[in-house]
Design a protein around this ligand. Structure first.
Ligand SMILES: NC(=O)c1ccc[n+]([C@@H]2O[C@H](COP(=O)([O-])OP(=O)(O)OC[C@H]3O[C@@H](n4cnc5c(N)ncnc54)[C@H](O)[C@@H]3O)[C@@H](O)[C@H]2O)c1
Length: 344
């Protein structure tokens, strides 16, 4: 039997990272987790996620260990990679997330998403890394109005610094893939929701308000659509991409370059459910599952936001033979059950 890879997951205390770590450990992989546990949102939620990652949770057991550090700290990161051994797969999910906060605290995006990501690429170059999978975002589609979004669309018009850093990550990773033959895969996640979600995102903000009997602010007068994607579908997609490192596209035509593919071993995939859901409908599902109605206050569009997101997932499906499949009705039911159990 071939030796299983060791998986380094950055952002492991985060929404997506913690769920992914569970999946790898359950499947017999060793996971080395990295997170700086910053206070962008409730640190207790991050600690609670860490505590349920492995039934054998212990900072230094043979399946799972955790290191608190910032990926922009080159020396500390280097120490972890030095200790990690061989046969590594790196999943970079550590980032300053959130579109709106990038107007308030741009430096945090520059540090985590650019300096930190640059360090991750350097580690991949320096150590025996099999492949890199990293979190990009649907926000790279910026002001595009052609629906659904496809990886071959031009994404040169970001409307937030957050989106600009994610697009930069794709460019940085491509150059490292080309120069140092690092097999890397960028995944553009579409509005992820589910148990252990992020308190700064709409599903958690809405659930909190509904249960507290408070009104909900809905932006763009409620005329927003999102491609809501359930966490388990995201985790399955990342997992499969980790097990299938990117390859060079032998059909790539440099005289007519397709942005979704490359002569380097670098690929980009949308990871979304594939349907634009009206925000109003999402709120109605939440109300039904939480057993309470709420008042909605219509607000104007917020700077940096987009009206509609919708993923074409054909490329992902062709690559990993998997299509996100958990309906929004089921997903909101699972999410609401968890929310009530955790918060009430
Ligand atoms: N959740 C979504 O809907 C969504 C959508 C698109 C893209 N993404 C991307 O997916 C990735 C994971 O998102 P998430 O929803 O799990 O976010 P999250 O904020 O829950 O997780 C990120 C984790 O990274 C940690 N972190 C942040 N900066 C760090 C740094 N410099 N060094 C070390 N740790 C750091 C945070 O403490 C946090 O625990 C991010 O790259 C995010 O931009 C998420």
């Amino acid at each position: 039997m071939t030796k299983k890879n060791t998986i380094i997951i950055t952002g492991v205390a985060g929404f997506i990272g913690s769920s992914l770590a569970k999946k790898f450990i359950k499947n017999g992989y060793k996971v080395i987790g990295i997170d700086n546990l910053n206070d962008y949102y409730d640190v207790n939620l991050k600690i609670a996620r860490l505590n349920i990652i492995s039934p054998r949770y212990d900072r230094f057991n043979s399946f799972w260990n955790f290191h608190r550090l910032s990926i922009e700290n080159y020396d500390q990161l280097n120490n972890i990679f030095e200790m990690a051994g061989e046969n590594l797969i790196v999943v970079n999910l550590a980032a300053q997330a959130g579109v709106r906060y990038s107007l308030e605290n741009p430096n945090s995006y520059i540090q985590s998403n650019l300096v930190g990501f640059g360090n991750i690429l350097e580690m991949c170059r320096k150590f025996d890394v099999n492949s890199l999978v990293y979190g990009s975002s649907s926000s790279v589609y910026g002001g595009n109005t052609k629906i659904p979004f496809q990886e071959k669309d031009q994404v040169n018009h970001p409307i937030s610094l957050y989106a600009a850093t994610k697009k930069s990550n794709e460019l940085m990773a491509h150059s490292y893939s080309h120069l140092f033959n690092i097999k890397s895969t960028g995944l553009r996640f579409f509005t992820v929701y589910g148990p252990w979600g992020r308190p700064d995102m709409a599903p958690m903000i809405f659930a909190k308000a509904i249960l507290a009997g408070e009104p909900i602010n809905i932006f763009n007068n409620g005329l927003m659509k999102r491609d809501f994607t359930f966490i388990d579908d995201i985790v399955e997609s990342i997992y499969r991409c980790c097990l299938k490192p990117s390859t060079k596209d032998t059909m790539f035509d440099s005289s007519n370059p397709d942005p979704s593919s490359s002569f380097a071993p670098h690929r980009i995939f949308n990871v979304g459910f594939g349907k634009a859901i009206d925000l109003d409908y999402f709120i109605t599902l939440l109300e039904e599952n939480l057993g309470k109605k709420c008042k909605k206050i219509k607000m104007p569009m917020q700077a940096g936001d987009v009206v509609c997101t919708n993923a074409d997932t054909t490329s992902l499906q062709n690559w990993i033979d998997f299509k996100p499949n958990i309906s929004v009705e089921k997903g909101v039911e699972y999410f609401s059950k968890w929310y009530k159990k955790y918060f009430t």
